[in-house]
Design a protein around this ligand. Structure first.
Ligand code: 5GP
Length: 131
């Protein structure tokens, strides 16, 4: 069965899309730790990040870098934190999270509740910053 992220990539489940190319898809995390919290996902469905072949894993870093700079242009923060957990969704992904301190990247923190309008606005701004 396709993972929830594959369904998002296919457009079967809606997402606040940030960017995509032939290999990767970026979209806002629905339970964000901070405004601009983005997930980077390879289109090739693979559970564990470190099972990706070398080229795909390396390319994911380069794709993440472009998205991270765009997020940083839009969201006030000290830098973009990077996290890999994969404990919930068995489809490899990288979390990009705007942070000002180490506690900002704690996954045991309560998540933000954003409106549809807020998600749309953030996604649109980051998409614009990518251009
Ligand atoms: P992890 O697998 O890295 O432990 O956590 C999965 C992440 O994916 C969580 O931060 C969760 O909020 C996010 N997530 C799970 N399901 C969806 C979804 O349907 N849409 C979006 N945008 N994010 C999701």
């Amino acid at each position: 069965m396709a993972s929830i992220f594959t369904k998002i990539i296919r457009g079967e489940i809606p997402s606040y899309k940030i960017a995509e190319d032939e290999n990767y898809y970026a979209f806002l995390d629905i339970n964000p730790l901070a405004k601009g919290h983005t997930l980077i996902v390879p289109k090739k469905e693979t559970d564990y990040l470190f099972d990706l072949d070398d080229d795909l894993l390396a390319g994911m870093s380069v794709f993440s870098k472009k998205v991270a700079w765009a997020i940083e242009n839009v969201i006030q923060c000290a830098r973009i934190g990077v996290a890999v957990l994969g404990l919930e969704v068995p489809h490899a992904h990288i979390h990009l999270i705007p942070i000002n301190s180490e506690t900002d990247i704690s996954f045991s923190k309560p998540k933000l509740k954003l409106s549809d309008e807020e998600f749309r606005e953030i996604a649109e701004k980051i998409r614009m910053a990518l251009k």
